[in-house]
Ligand binder design. Sequence first.
Ligand code: CA
Length: 229
Amino acid sequence: MAQSQPCVLVVEDEGAQREVLKYNLEAEGFNVVMAENGDEAMLLVAEEQPDLIVLDWMLPNVSGIEVCRRVKADPSTRAIPIIMLSARSEEVDRVRGLETGADDYVVKPYSVVELMARLRTQLRRTRPASMGERLSFADIILDSSEHRVFRGGQALHLGPTEFRLLSTLMEKPGRVWTREQLLDRVWGRDIYVDTRTIDVHVGRLRKALMAHGGDNPVRTVRGAGYSLG
Ligand code: CA
């Protein structure tokens, strides 16, 4: 399951703080990538497409606020939740942080427990299946904490890969996923898998979903990829 866990980008120039965050995020089961400054952060946002960014306000050169502004100005990265970290606690700065488009704001010194709770709140919204939420689409229900799938009330039997594939599709019904995007999400980008492999697993998923009848809910979008509905 590790590959489909959310990827969190930590942007923090202080090494000790970075390590504390990495340790705690990995303990929660997240994949973690780290940047020491704003330029590195922008590169990693483009390369890794993280699911969430924990962003320190005070960074050398390109500030946290500027990173936030850039991420939120780009339509391809706008939806990534950003939690800003700052030593500034005055209300005026809090407002300024949120005005740049940050989704939440935590004041240093922060409690790790509180930061993790806020992070989970953001991810339940954007990556519900990975956070153990129950998802539904038409007559299909996916219970990610119990690892079970039902269609029209009947339990379905899915292999682990098909389960991750369906979780991904059910998080964003109607979105067209390219084969490469599905491979990144379902297998992880560090593993080499031929893109045709995805077609095989989509075929198995369709078969499992239609085992007790019902239409094929996974649409092939010619020249693009797959979408649910
Ligand atoms: Ca700092």
